[in-house]
Design a protein around this ligand. Sequence first.
Ligand SMILES: Cc1cc2nc3c(=O)[nH]c(=O)nc-3n(C[C@H](O)[C@H](O)[C@H](O)COP(=O)(O)OP(=O)(O)OC[C@H]3O[C@@H](n4cnc5c(N)ncnc54)[C@H](O)[C@@H]3O)c2cc1C
Length: 397
Amino acid sequence: MASRKCAAVVVGAGPAGVAVMGNLLERQIGTIAWIDPSFESGRVNRKYREVPSNTKVALFQAYANATQPFKTIIENTHLPNAFSTMAKLDQEKTCRLHYAADMVRGLTDGLMKMEQVYACRGFVTTASLAEKTQTTENKWTVTVKRHDSEEELEIETSRLILCTGAHPTNIPVPVPGLNITRLDLDTVLKPSELAETLPKTSPSTVAIVGASHSAILAILNLVTLARESHPHLRVKWFTRHPLRYAEYKDGWILRDNTGLKGLAADFARSELEDDRLSTSPAGQVLSKVDCAGGEARELEMYQQHLPDCSHIVHAVGFTRDPLPQLMKNDRALAMEFDHESGKFHAPGDGPVIPGLFGAGIAFPERVVDPHGNAEYAVGFFKFMKFLKRVMPSWGPA
Ligand SMILES: Cc1cc2nc3c(=O)[nH]c(=O)nc-3n(C[C@H](O)[C@H](O)[C@H](O)COP(=O)(O)OP(=O)(O)OC[C@H]3O[C@@H](n4cnc5c(N)ncnc54)[C@H](O)[C@@H]3O)c2cc1C
């Protein structure tokens, strides 16, 4: 097995992994190993290029200019490029996420060329911790299954940073035994793929569950399809609670991470609110099934309305992607993430696990707004802000 030593190992090259790389390089800690199967900006590029952003262009720009290595990459990339394209957009408006994905890709390409970066296409399968003794320091041994070689690679490091991402949460169909096809939320968020997935000439009814930002974007895609190219398509929207919007306060945003913003908010306000739905264009193809009132009532609603549906899509949050197998002394490492510090500790407020850190949608910061509401901060610039705050406490540069 090939082996080498590095100052840090960063797992994942989505927007979070890229942000971690920029910050670590700025601290000049030595060679950083960076592992990802493709180095193509993560899930936002694979799945969400067609999605309208909920943040302003200015925040993507702020992300791209937040570290010195990023600035160097931007200065040294031939024009026109993803950064110059982004700079020409209206900074106060939102944009399709392909602009942001291409910008992350531009940064990734630049980072991979840097002398202090050892980038390896592959998948981290295990990471094993040997805790320090009187004569040795804490050491992680990270095993990588490489894409370009049969031989595995072993990397020794004192810092392991997990930026491994998340996928839409899948839950069982609420009424068992129905002849209903599951749709992946990612497919519904990609109009070009959705159009090919649903039948054009025969009737279909899609059940959509949820009222999150992603749920409203999914509804927007479904009703647009029904209006434009799939005239036999109908939508049933199962929701427990009223629509919730982000509210812009003096210097802060209420429901910044969970409320509707941008195009999703405009569409929900004008077409999905109860006093609009019956006369709105969306209301001509969509019916709302109010599931409020507790579990029994919700099940009753599903039993009544789900048998009419040919497809179901859940938009009920995101679940961490599987982590590499983490071990200590040849046993599985039990751990919890600390959403304040970006570190991990043993369960139940146990001791900090040395040298292990997390960031991104899998390991976001927990923030509390001036009204005391707690949320997880998910978004490119939010990952960056979190890292800037916590990285100085992750150990010596
Ligand atoms: C519908 C939607 C709209 C959004 N809109 C916005 C927006 O407007 N503005 C904004 O800022 N954010 C937005 N976001 C949030 C943002 O896009 C995501 O949170 C972000 O892309 C997640 O980045 P990540 O790096 O944490 O994870 P990912 O992009 O999932 O990257 C994880 C990477 O790690 C790799 N990986 C996983 N396991 C391993 C392993 N064992 N070994 C090696 N590699 C591994 C994966 O292959 C992947 O490349 C939106 C998200 C959604 C779903």
